[in-house]
Design a protein around this ligand. Structure first.
Ligand code: HEM
Length: 126
């Protein structure tokens, strides 16, 4: 197993994750149908997002929560969707990496997903 320690590692992780996501029966349709995601633009954002979280590079400047509200209005993003997202993310990490950064990538994603699920649920009640 390899440590998660470079931009190249993150690119491999994120690419492998989205290979799973787009084929996934539970959440793939968000990316393929609800939003017709331009992966040429989306993937580099995700590399920078994780680089910022794991290595403090500050290369990501967006607002990760904000992008999900309009999607949630088109199609409810519910708890079981976030659970599936997390399952695929953890699976991808555990297939390829171990060590401290791999653990942090899992813990952070759990915290963000929990907060995001809560915010999406609240937003649907407004
Ligand atoms: C059910 C769960 C989720 C779904 C269906 C989902 C869906 C999406 C989609 C469709 C986009 C692309 C928007 C676009 O290109 O216009 C996006 C962007 C993004 N997502 Fe998610 N997402 C989920 C969970 C998460 C989680 C848990 C995280 C963080 C751990 C996350 C982080 C991001 C980030 C950083 C972006 C890029 C934001 C930007 O443009 O700056 N997402 N998401």
């Amino acid at each position: 197993m390899k440590k998660l320690e470079s931009r190249e590692d993150i690119e491999l992780l994120v690419n492998s994750f989205y290979d799973k996501v787009v084929k996934d029966e539970t959440i793939g349709f968000f990316f393929n149908d609800i939003v017709n995601v331009d992966f040429k633009k989306h993937l580099p954002k995700m590399y920078s997002f994780w680089e910022t979280i794991l290595f403090g590079q500050m290369s990501y400047k967006g607002n990760p929560m904000a992008v999900h509200f309009p999607i949630n209005r088109l199609e409810a993003m519910e708890k079981h969707h976030f659970e599936q997202w997390l399952k695929l993310w953890k699976q991808t990490i555990e297939e390829k990496f171990d060590g401290e950064n791999a653990d942090i990538a899992i813990t952070k994603s759990e915290n963000i997903a929990k907060l995001m699920a809560y915010k999406m649920e609240m937003d649907r009640k407004l």
